[in-house]
Structure formats: structure tokens, C-alpha cells
Design a protein around this ligand. Structure first.
Ligand code: FAD
Ligand code: PYC
Length: 405
């Protein structure tokens, strides 16, 4: 292959759509492709199509800062994020595709007594549940991440940090491509440039298929896994969902030699950072505070984030930024996802992952496949129902989301 890249076949097939399928999944991000993979692999359901309006991985899967961790507060969250983290640990072997999972540690900076109390609460909850998380002094934080400025007179002083050593990063494109290849090899149809424009139902309300820019495609079951466009799709089936779609921005620097050994997040100053294997600093911000479907975002948001990065890591002050972009995140009021049945028979929803669903990709996909195959949630996702917004049994993960909303 190194001599002219000869002999490479396509990684996944690009078939014409069939007239109908047992299952259609709307959205060719990591969650949708992964669900198709697990439907085929674990449930023997292969008459499946993943419909993607653009190219696979072109949504939030290919736009995020790839931070992986499971240090959430409530059991409903710890269950699914830890399930996911365990799948990450073996995903490259499972897919026979290097997703470059790198457990380099995720360190969350504490800047004040409020942060400290909140992090210690999370650490205690995590450890009681068997999930690693530990408190570091400022000196220990600096030893873990030498570029960090822990001076007492710094603009954003640091009074400690929470560290999840098993947290880290993975290569976002590889996750989409690995799941796509694994699903396609098992007979799943991956259909790109296929936008769903309507969801049809019969006289009893059951789903019958979808209208697309390539015509009608029938299905007995439909899974919506469309991130920032989830509410648009659910509206097509007559279901209003409690989601807001907002831009979230990220940017990368020019490539540098390896010198940033871990992931650092600071919720209080709206910045998070790691270094990619290409050498770029990968930096992200808080959400833009308005609803939008435009994958860009306001300049003042990333300016603020870069100000913060320069205060926390003064050695980066002269680094040049290369590219900036936005993704559209689907945010719930309690900052927890929705995965479950819907009022429409045959229609299943996986949404609301907001600013934090990359880490959840394998776990969410695995449990969404279970939901679609069995018609009821797996016990690890049983609390993530749409119904909680009616009953009031919310799962408030605003602090663990760790991204300013
Ligand atoms: P997507 O990858 O967005 O896939 C949904 C797909 O649905 C898209 O490809 C879209 O084109 C398609 N679609 C939409 N409408 C239609 C239609 N009508 N017909 C057909 N297809 C349709 N999470 C973390 O855990 N860690 C992070 O560090 C992190 N950083 C982030 C940074 C940024 C800047 C952003 C934007 C997000 C970040 N996230 C992070 C969140 C994470 O990216 C998402 O939660 C996750 O990738 C969602 O995956 P998905 O497969 O559900 O969505
Ligand atoms: O959920 O860990 C996260 C995250 C980091 C950056 C954006 N989201």
C-alpha cells in the first residue's frame, strides 16, 4: 500500500437503497453507525439501513474534541458512560480498526471552593460506584500536566483538580469508519447523501417508512439518532421533544511537538484542551447561547476560550490557530440524554447527548441496538426515558457535563 496506495478497496459498500428494511436508522454519526453494527453483530438483525443526509461522520462525530470519561454524578449516567468506557478499552480489537483510544487521563481543574466541593462530591460518588476518580493538589496537577500555571497570583488560580486516569481521547473519524466497515461487512446498507424529509405512519399510528430525497423507503422500525436535528426529525412523526439545538465550537492550532500529555478541562473558565497525535492543540469552548443550525458560532466565544487557555498555559500565547468550526448539539434541560421508546409505535429515539456524546458512542450505540431489537430499554439505559420530562424525574448532570451551557 505504501507503494502508490494500490489495492485498497472501499471500506464499506455504497448500495442503492432497497424498497424496505426491517430497521432504518436516521443519522450516520458514530451513534447511528454503531447501533447498526451492534444490531447485526449482537442481535442478528442485518436488514438494516443507515440513512445519512451528508457524509458519515460529518456531523458532531467528526467535529468534537474527542474527550472520553465516565465521571458523572448519578447512577443512570455512570451506568451508561462507564459501559461506554469499557467498550472503548477494547473497541479497536472488536472492530479490527484502530480507533486510537488513548487513556491519557482527563483532569478537571478546580478554581474555587464551589468547584472543589462539586468535584469531591463527584469523586466520592464515582468511587463508591467502582469508577476511578481522584483529587489532586495543585502541585500534583502540575506534575501531571507540566504546562499548567499554578501560580497563586494567576488570573484563574487553581486550588486542585479531579483526575480520571482511564479517561482520554480517541480518533473521531476512525470511530465512524470502523463502525461503518463492521456494519457493512455484516450486510447493513450505509446510504450517504440520503436526507430524510418525512416519517410515514399507518392508520394505527405505526411507522411505515421514511420519505427521502431518494424516494420512499419502507421500514418496520425506525431509530432516530440525528444529534442536533433530532427535534426536526421527531417533529416529522408528530412528536415534540424537549431539546434545544445550539452551536458548540472547537478549534485546532498549528502542529507542535508532543508536549501536552493529558486532557485538561476547566468548566469555570470555559475551555478544554488536549494534543492530537498530529501535534495540533485541540481546544473547545462553551455553547453559543442561542438556538441555531449553523455549524459556525460567534467569534467572541472562542476568543474568550483562547484568553482562558493563554492564562492557564502561558507557554501557548504565541501558538497560531489553524481551523475553527462548530457543531450543532442537542441539549436537554437536565443535560442528560434521552434513549427510549416514543409515543409512536416502532419509532425509537437516541438524542440529547448535547455537548458530551462522543464519549458515549460505543455504549449508547450498543444499548440503542438493544432497544430497537427488543422494543424495550436495556437496564443500563432504563432511566434515560423521554417520560422523565413529564414525571419530573430528571437526571441533573449540568456539573458533570463540564461544558458551559
Ligand atoms: P452526529 O455525528 O452529529 O450524527 C448525526 C447525523 O445525523 C449527522 O451526520 C447528520 O448529518 C445526520 N442527519 C441529521 N438530519 C438528518 C436527516 N434529516 N436525514 C439523514 N441524516 C440526518 N462529546 C464528548 O463526549 N467529548 C467531547 O470532547 C466533545 N466535544 C465536542 C465538541 C464540539 C465542538 C461538538 C460540536 C460536540 C462535542 N461533543 C463531545 C459532543 C459529541 O460530538 C456528540 O454528542 C456526538 O458526537 C453525537 O454523535 P451522533 O452520532 O449522535 O451525532
Ligand atoms: O463531555 O467531556 C465532555 C466534553 C468535553 C468537551 C466537550 N464535551
Amino acid at each position: 500500500a505504501l507503494r502508490g496506495h494500490k489495492g485498497w478497496g472501499p471500506q464499506w459498500a455504497s448500495p442503492e437503497p432497497r424498497k424496505d428494511y426491517d430497521v432504518i436508522i436516521i443519522g450516520g454519526g458514530g451513534h447511528g453507525l454503531g447501533a447498526a453494527y451492534y444490531l447485526a453483530k449482537e442481535h442478528g438483525i442485518t436488514n438494516v439501513a443507515v440513512l445519512e443526509k451528508g457524509w458519515i461522520g460529518g456531523g458532531n462525530t467528526g467535529r468534537n474534541t474527542t474527550i472520553i470519561r465516565s465521571n458523572y454524578l448519578y447512577e443512570e449516567s455512570m451506568d451508561i458512560y462507564e459501559h461506554s468506557l469499557k467498550l472503548w478499552e477494547n473497541l479497536s480489537q472488536d472492530l479490527n480498526y484502530n480507533v486510537m483510544y488513548s487513556p491519557r487521563g482527563v483532569m478537571m481543574l478546580s478554581h474555587n471552593i464551589h468547584d472543589q466541593q462539586s468535584f469531591k462530591r463527584h469523586i466520592n460518588a464515582n468511587r463508591l460506584y467502582g469508577i476511578d476518580n481522584e483529587w489532586l493538589t495543585p502541585e500534583q496537577a502540575k506534575a501531571y500536566c507540566p504546562p499548567l500555571d499554578i501560580a497563586k497570583n494567576a488570573r484563574y488560580p487553581i486550588n486542585g483538580a479531579a483526575l480520571q486516569r482511564r479517561g482520554g481521547t480517541a480518533r473521531h473519524d476512525a470511530v465512524a469508519w470502523g463502525y461503518a466497515r463492521g456494519a457493512s461487512d455484516r450486510g447493513v446498507h450505509i446510504i450517504q447523501n440520503c436526507e430524510v424529509t418525512g416519517i410515514r405512519r399507518d392508520e394505527n399510528g405505526n411507522v411505515t417508512g421514511v420519505d427521502t430525497n431518494r424516494g420512499f423507503i419502507g421500514a418496520r422500525k425506525i431509530g432516530v439518532s440525528a444529534a442536533g436535528h433530532s427535534s426536526v426529525l421527531m417533529e416529522m412523526a408528530g412528536v415534540r421533544v424537549p431539546l434545544q439545538s445550539q452551536p458548540l465550537q472547537a478549534l485546532v492550532s498549528e502542529p507542535l511537538k508532543p508536549m501536552f500529555p493529558c486532557v485538561v478541562m476547566s468548566n469555570s473558565v470555559h475551555a478544554y484542551i488536549s494534543q492530537s497525535d498530529k501535534g495540533e492543540l485541540v481546544i473547545g469552548a462553551g455553547t453559543d447561547q442561542y438556538n441555531s443550525y449553523s455549524q459556525t458560532g460567534g467569534l467572541q466565544i472562542i476568543t474568550h476560550t483562547l484568553d482562558a487557555i493563554c492564562e492557564l498555559f502561558p507557554m501557548f500565547r504565541r501558538v497560531k490557530m489553524m481551523r475553527q468550526w462548530g457543531g450543532i448539539v442537542d441539549v436537554t434541560q437536565d443535560r442528560s440524554p434521552i434513549q427510549g421508546v416514543t409515543p409512536v409505535p416502532g419509532l425509537f429515539l437516541n438524542a440529547g447527548w448535547g455537548t458530551g456524546g462522543f464519549k458515549a458512542t460505543p455504549g449508547s450505540a450498543n444499548l440503542f441496538a438493544h432497544l430497537i431489537a427488543r422494543g424495550e430499554p436495556h437496564r443500563l439505559a432504563a432511566g434515560l426515558t423521554l417520560d422523565r420530562f413529564r414525571t419530573g424525574r430528571l437526571i441533573d448532570e449540568a456539573a458533570a457535563a463540564a461544558v458551559a451551557h
